[in-house]
Design a protein around this ligand. Sequence first.
Ligand SMILES: *[C@@H]1O[C@H](CO)[C@@H](O)[C@H](O)[C@H]1NC(C)=O
Ligand SMILES: *[C@@H]1O[C@H](CO)[C@@H](O)[C@H](O)[C@H]1NC(C)=O
Ligand SMILES: *[C@@H]1O[C@H](CO)[C@@H](O)[C@H](O)[C@H]1NC(C)=O
Ligand SMILES: *[C@@H]1O[C@H](CO)[C@@H](O)[C@H](O)[C@H]1NC(C)=O
Ligand SMILES: *[C@@H]1O[C@H](CO)[C@@H](O)[C@H](O)[C@H]1NC(C)=O
Ligand SMILES: *[C@@H]1O[C@H](CO)[C@@H](O)[C@H](O)[C@H]1NC(C)=O
Ligand SMILES: *[C@@H]1O[C@H](CO)[C@@H](O)[C@H](O)[C@H]1NC(C)=O
Ligand SMILES: *[C@@H]1O[C@H](CO)[C@@H](O)[C@H](O)[C@H]1NC(C)=O
Ligand SMILES: *[C@@H]1O[C@H](CO)[C@@H](O)[C@H](O)[C@H]1NC(C)=O
Ligand SMILES: *[C@@H]1O[C@H](CO)[C@@H](O)[C@H](O)[C@H]1NC(C)=O
Length: 796
Amino acid sequence: MDTTSSCEGFSLFLLFLQLIILPLVSASTDTINSTQRISDGETLVSSGGTFELGFFSPGNSTNRYVGIWYMNLTGTIIVWVANREVPITNTTGVFLTVTEPGILVLINDNNNRTIWSSNTSRTVQNPIAQLLDSGNLVLRDASDDRPENFLWQSFDYPTDTILPGMRIGWNFVTGLEVYLRSWRNNDDPAPGEFRYHLDPTGYPQILLERGSVPQNRVGPWNGIQFSGTMDAREDPTYFMSFVMNEKELYYMIPSNNRSPLSRFSLYHNGVMQNLTWVDGRGWVVYVNVPADICDTYGLCGANGICNVGNSPSCGCLDRFVPRDPEGWFRADWTNGCVRRTNLSCGGDVFRRYSGIKLPDVRFSWHNTSMTLQECRAECLRNCSCTAYTQLDISRRSGCLIWYEDLIDIRSVSPNGQDIYIRMASSESDSERMNRKLLIASLTSVIGVVLISLSLFLCILKRKKNDLKMRGGLYDGSQPKESDLPLFDLSTISKATNNFSINNKLGEGGFGPVYKGILEGGQEIAVKRSSKDSMQGRDEFKNEVVFIAKLQHRNLVRLLGCCIQGEESMLIYEYMPNNSLDVILFDETKSMLLDWEKRFHIINGVARGLLYLHQDSRLRIIHRDLKASNVLLDSDMNPKISDFGIARRFVGNETQAKTRRVVGTYGYMAPEYVVDGLFSVKSDVFSFGVLVLEIVWTLYKEDRPLDLVDASLGNLFHFSEVVRSIHVGLLCVQKNPEDRPSMSTVVMMLGNEGVLLPQPKQPGFFTERDVLAAHTATSTNAANSTNEMTITMLEGR
Ligand SMILES: *[C@@H]1O[C@H](CO)[C@@H](O)[C@H](O)[C@H]1NC(C)=O
Ligand SMILES: *[C@@H]1O[C@H](CO)[C@@H](O)[C@H](O)[C@H]1NC(C)=O
Ligand SMILES: *[C@@H]1O[C@H](CO)[C@@H](O)[C@H](O)[C@H]1NC(C)=O
Ligand SMILES: *[C@@H]1O[C@H](CO)[C@@H](O)[C@H](O)[C@H]1NC(C)=O
Ligand SMILES: *[C@@H]1O[C@H](CO)[C@@H](O)[C@H](O)[C@H]1NC(C)=O
Ligand SMILES: *[C@@H]1O[C@H](CO)[C@@H](O)[C@H](O)[C@H]1NC(C)=O
Ligand SMILES: *[C@@H]1O[C@H](CO)[C@@H](O)[C@H](O)[C@H]1NC(C)=O
Ligand SMILES: *[C@@H]1O[C@H](CO)[C@@H](O)[C@H](O)[C@H]1NC(C)=O
Ligand SMILES: *[C@@H]1O[C@H](CO)[C@@H](O)[C@H](O)[C@H]1NC(C)=O
Ligand SMILES: *[C@@H]1O[C@H](CO)[C@@H](O)[C@H](O)[C@H]1NC(C)=O
C-alpha cells in the first residue's frame, strides 16, 4: 500500500473539509468540538474577551507554539503554553482539535503525528474544549459545565503563570501536583531551571527551587497567611484560600468577575512577581520576590536571623553565637550559629522570639488540635526538639515542632510570628533578669567611662585644633638613600596634572599631598616636600629610610620617590577612603562605620604597630600615631602612615630621651610630653587613645543602651566593644610599665577568653599641666580634615 499517497489523500481530504465543509472558526468562538479545528492564524476567544488561544512565537524565536494570552492588552503576555517542549517549525497542516474520548490534540497533518495532547481517564458523549474567561482551557461534555466534571483543564498544568482561580498544590487522590516551572528563556517556553511549588514535606510551605536547591521560601500557612508574607488583613483585596485534608492540599487566589486582571509569574531568571493590570498604567507590580537579600533561602545559616534593616543583614538569634566567628566576621554566614549554652535536655526552658518568619518546616512535626501548653510539653518530652509554635494563629490552636537547627528565619516585624526556642535553664528568664542587671550596670560603668572619656577627648580636640607641637626631628643615624624606585619629575608632574590644585588631597607632615594617575592607570598619592623647609627635608629622608624597608598590609606602601633639584617627593599607593579622622569626626560619614568595620580597623592598626615594634627588620617607634595618620584603602583596611618622625631603636635600647618633643597632643603619653621619654609604650598609649576615640565616636551617635542592643545587633559585638574599651583603658595607663605591649594587645583583642587585668588610673591628666604651660602658634582650626600634624612650637 502506498502510504504516502494515501497520506496525501487524507490531507487533501482534511483540507477540503477545512476549506469547504467546516465553518471557519471565527474570533468570536470560545469553543471547539470534534468537527472543528484551529489552525495557525485562527484563535479562540473567551466569552468576556479577556483571553485568547492560538498560535504564537515567543520573543525573537520563529518557532510556533499554541498558547493562551490576554486578548486586548498591549504587549502579548503568554499565560499558558500547550506544546512547551515540542516547538513547531512549520505550521502548515498543523491544527488543534478535539477527539475521542475527550482529548485536545495538536496534530501535524503532513505526517499524521500528534505534537501535543491533553489526557483524560474518562469518556464522554460529546467532548468540547472551551476557553473560559478566567484563562482556563477546559475539556468537558457539551452538556455538562460543572467544574468537578471537567475531563481536563489547563489550570492543572500551568506553565509559569498563576491566574486567579488556579489551585496550586496537590490532589492526593490522583497524585497530581500543580506547580509552576519557569521558561528556559524569553525565547523558549521549554521547562527552565526554576520550580515554584507547595511542598507538603513536614508542614506545607511554598518553595522556589533551582533544580532541587531551595532559593526562596514562603513560610508555612498559619491560618491567615503564609508566614512571613504581607499581612492579608492589611489588604482587603488580597484573599487567599488554603485547603488541607486527606484528599487535597492547595492554595488559591479566588477569581471574581469584577476583580482586575491579575497574575503571578515566575520568570526564567527565578524572579517572581504579582502583577495587576491598571488601565492607563499597564502592569503594576504588587509583589516582587526576591524583594531583598533576606529572601535568599538560608542566607544566615542555621539559627541565624536575617534583618534587612541591619548591616550586615545576618545576625545570630539572641543567645546564639557564630559557629565560626572568623568566617562570620568575614560575612561568611554559611556555618550559622550555635547556642551560647548547650542544652542539657532535662530542665531546659523556652525563650520566645517575636516578629519572625517561621523557619523551614520540612523537618517538623505538627498536630492540629493541641494547645500551646500541650505543644510545649510535647517539645520538652523529646530531647531533640528545638522549638515549637502555634500552628494556626487565627484559631489559636495546633502545634508545630522543630527537631533540627532552625533554618531561614527572617525578621518580619510587625507581621511576624512568635516562636519558642529551647534554651538551657541558665538562659531562663530569672537568669535573664540577673543578666539584664549585669548589662545595665555594665552599661552605666561604660557610660561613666565614656562620659569622662568624651570630656577628655573634647579637651583634646580643642587643644589639638589650636595647639600643635613641634620639636626637632630625631637626630639619629644618617639616613642613606635606599634602593627605592626613582620616578622622573616629568612623570609625576604629568600624573598630577602639573600639581594642579584640583589634584591636591591635603597637607601632609612636610608639604602638600596630590593625587595622581600614572600612565598605566595606577592611582598614586604624591607627597611633595616644601622647597624651603629643612624640616620637611629631614622628615622626607626619615620616611624614605623607614617605610621603604617595611612591608606590612597595615602600613601604607611607598611606591617610590622622586628627587630632582629642589624637588623631593614620595609616591605612595592611593588610599580611596582617606584617613580615619575624616570619617570618624564627620557625623554622616561616621554613621557608615559600623562596629564590625571599627573593630577591623582597631585590629589592623594593632597588627601594624606590632609589626613596627617587634616583627620588622627594624624596631621602630612611630611617635605620631593618631587617626589622621591611619589611612583606609577601598576595603577599609587601615594602613599606618607618616613615618616622618619615627625613630628606630637598635640593640637592647628600649627607651630614649629627647629634648625635642614631637607628636600630637592628646595622643602623646604623659612621660613623653613631660620628660621627653619615649618608648614602644608611648606608642601603645597613642594606640589606646585611638581605640577609645573609635569607640567613643560610635557611642556618640547612639544612646548608650543602643550601644548594648540594637546598633550592635548582638552580644557578640557587645563583648567586643567592652573588650576594646578595656584594652584601650589598659593602654592609656599612666605608668608605661603597666601598659601592655602590642603583642599582648593583639592577643587581648583577638581572644574572648583572655582575662584582662583591671586598668589603673589613666594618664590623661598629667600632674604638670603641660597644656597650659605651652604657648603656641595657632593654626587654622577649621582645617582639621587635612590638618598639618606638626607645627612649630617653641619652648621646652
Ligand atoms: C492518521 O491517524 C489516524 C488515527 O491514528 C488513523 O486512523 C489514520 O489512518 C491516519 N492517517 C494516515 C494518513 O496515516
Ligand atoms: C460542532 O459545532 C458546530 C457549530 O456549533 C455544530 O454545527 C456541529 O454540529 C458540532 N459537532 C458536533 C459533533 O457536535
Ligand atoms: C477587546 O477589543 C474588542 C475590539 O476592539 C472589543 O470589542 C472588546 O470589548 C474588548 N474586550 C475587552 C475585555 O476590553
Ligand atoms: C530580540 O532581539 C533583540 C536584538 O537581539 C533584543 O534587543 C530583544 O530584547 C529581543 N527580544 C526578546 C523578547 O528577547
Ligand atoms: C512547510 O511545510 C509545507 C508542507 O510540508 C511546505 O510546503 C512548506 O514549504 C514548508 N514551509 C517552510 C517555510 O518550510
Ligand atoms: C496526563 O498526563 C500527565 C503528564 O503527561 C500525567 O502525569 C498524568 O498522569 C496523565 N493523566 C491521566 C489521567 O492519564
Ligand atoms: C496580586 O496582588 C493583588 C494585590 O495585593 C491581589 O489582589 C491579587 O489577588 C494578587 N494576584 C495574584 C495572582 O497573586
Ligand atoms: C556543645 O555541644 C557541642 C556539640 O555537641 C560541643 O562540640 C561543644 O563542645 C559543647 N560546648 C560546651 C560548652 O559544652
Ligand atoms: C493530637 O493531639 C491530641 C491532643 O493531645 C491527641 O488527642 C491526638 O491524638 C493528636 N493527634 C495526632 C495525629 O498525634
Ligand atoms: C524525638 O523526635 C525524633 C524526631 O521526630 C524522633 O526520631 C525520636 O524518636 C523522638 N524521641 C522520643 C524519645 O520520642
